[in-house]
Design a protein around this ligand. Structure first.
Ligand code: NAD
Length: 489
């Protein structure tokens, strides 16, 4: 491949681009037009078998490669990502439907992640253990699991490829990656760059296929040693059941219903644009999307009005128009989000802006308008369930206790964003929020390097992100040694 075009109807197994064993194909569509972009292979059990076998064969050699050399290959991979940002971004923007600049931002993030684990590969250490007498020696060795299965969704495929594949490889594992059938092109392109960076055949294999075919074949495979799953909570439960069957460790990164919590002393000039971006970036299709706005009653009217104005000003268009927001990714997502739009007013929520599909303005694309509902009650589906679209649910609160009760009022526990000028209050809410991540006076973790992507409750359990991700992809062996008497000279 001279450039980063993906060979049609192929997948990457054992270092080669091959068709599905039964020649099956799946279409990848442009969500702005519903037109096909290109077919990819439709992997089934035979293809998954071939990929796992390739990863198994490659494992001893890769695990025995010096961590410094593994790091060097990852660094070359990172350099190639940096050199191909535009081509990678176009792949991701096109099949997910996000603006081209959003795709580019994702590639900078993916590059940063691979670069981080390139540097971390030879810094993974065990510990020496204290002993009761000097006649013993104890230590731990971090060891790779072997063949890691990585299953990811369609919303940020490049970032999720980097965040799971890079630490797994750095720690000496080999990988079979199954991207979503809806948006596999950026993961394919990243894997091709890893191959060009010198990753040996079989160390990273990428199969594309449907969840009930390729996904279940992978999670149920007897020769897989570790499963990482990123996706919906419903599928996460099925993946965990499959992992239980083979007794392999599983890492789950699932859905969210993250709140922006705005106190009356917040700097609204900073908060308002961040709140709008938090629910319109990637058309609201982010696990950490700020889908709930919890606002102190004394400023509620002002905040709702300003957020609604910001949402109404969001420009929507196809990926190559590079505006603020694209369409939803698929017909299923479109139907799902429109179901919430239809139900919320009948359940008693007040529509402030949006509320309609915006397809008419954009031909056949799966567009919906950025939407704000005020007066949302905790019992409504809109307050509790993940919409995965640009739909914001507003609830008012009085005082810290009520705010914390609302924060913790869903089954999810991914991210809580707190907006206030009172640092003591921010730290109290940060301590009481049942979420894996907290951000104060910003949305998400901008500016922090290696921020652990932690989850609580039904958002899953993961130590992905940062140095802890290396631990996630290693098992610890404990070694105890008795020092025998020195033979006499
Ligand atoms: P999904 O659960 O439908 O699919 C995710 C992946 O799992 C896809 O590759 C799919 O083919 C595969 N799959 C489906 N059924 C399977 C099965 N039975 N066994 C094995 N694999 C199967 O999710 P989606 O619609 O692609 O993505 C949206 C979801 O992902 C949202 O809930 C979002 O919050 C979540 N997400 C979470 C994070 C995070 O880090 N917590 C990040 C991004 C997205």
């Amino acid at each position: 491949m001279a450039d980063l075009d993906i060979p049609p109807a192929r997948q990457l197994i054992d270092g080669a681009w091959v068709a599905a064993a039964d020649q099956g194909e799946l279409p990848v569509l442009d969500p702005a037009t519903r037109a096909p972009i290109q077919p990819v292979a439709r992997a089934r059990a035979a293809d998954v078998d071939a990929a796992v076998a390739a990863a198994r064969r490659a494992f001893p050699g890769w695990a025995a490669t010096s961590p410094t050399e593994r790091g060097a290959i990852l660094r070359r991979w990172a350099d190639l990502i940096a050199a191909h940002v535009d081509a990678l971004a176009d792949h991701e923007a096109r099949d997910v439907g996000k603006p081209r600049s959003g795709g580019r931002l994702n590639m900078y993030i993916a590059h940063g992640i691979v670069d981080y684990f390139a540097g971390a590969a030879d810094k993974l250490t065990g510990v020496t253990l204290p002993t009761r007498t000097p006649d013993y020696f104890g230590y731990t060795r971090p060891e790779p699991y072997g063949v890691c299965a990585v299953i990811i969704p369609w919303n940020v495929p490049a970032v999720l490829t980097a965040a799971n594949v890079a630490p797994a490889l750095a720690a000496g594992n080999t990988v079979v990656l199954k991207p979503s059938e809806i948006a596999p092109l950026a993961p394919f392109a990243l894997a091709e760059l890893a191959r060009r960076a010198g990753l040996p055949p079989g160390v990273l294999n990428v199969v594309t296929g449907l969840g009930p075919e390729a996904g279940t074949a992978l999670t149920g495979h007897r020769d897989v040693d570790h499963i990482s799953f990123v996706g919906s909570t419903v599928t996460g439960r099925a993946v965990m059941r499959a992992a239980a069957e083979n007794l392999v460790p599983v890492k789950l990164e699932l859905g969210g219903k993250s709140p922006n919590v705005v106190f009356a002393d917040a700097d609204l000039d900073v908060a308002i644009p961040a709140i709008v971006t938090s629910i319109t970036e990637n058309a609201g299709q982010n696990c950490y999307a700020g889908s709930r706005l919890l606002v102190e009653e004394s400023i509620r009217a002002e905040v709702v009005e300003r957020v609604a104005a910001g949402m109404a000003a969001v420009r929507t268009g196809a990926w190559d128009q590079d505006l603020d927001m694209g369409p939803l990714v698929s017909q299923a997502q479109y139907d799902r989000v429109r179901g919430f739009l239809a139900e919320a007013p009948t359940a008693g929520a007040r529509l402030v802006t949006g509320g309609e599909s915006a397809g008419g303005r954009h031909g056949d694309g799966w567009f919906v308008a950025p939407t704000v509902f005020d007066g949302v009650d905790s019992g409504m589906r809109l307050a509790r369930e993940e919409v995965f679209g640009p739909v914001l649910a507003v609830q008012g609160f009085r005082g810290v206790d009520e705010a914390v009760a609302l924060v913790n009022g869903t089954d999810f526990g991914l991210l809580t964003c707190i907006w206030t000028s009172d640092v003591s209050r921010a730290l109290r809410v940060a301590a009481d929020a049942r979420s894996g991540q907290v951000a104060v006076n910003q949305f998400h973790d901008a500016g922090v390097i290696g921020f652990p992507f932690n989850m609580q409750k039904e958002s899953g359990f993961s130590r992905g992100g940062g140095y802890a991700a290396l631990r996630e992809y290693t098992q610890e062996k404990a070694v105890a040694v008795r020092l025998l008497d020195r033979p006499s000279a």
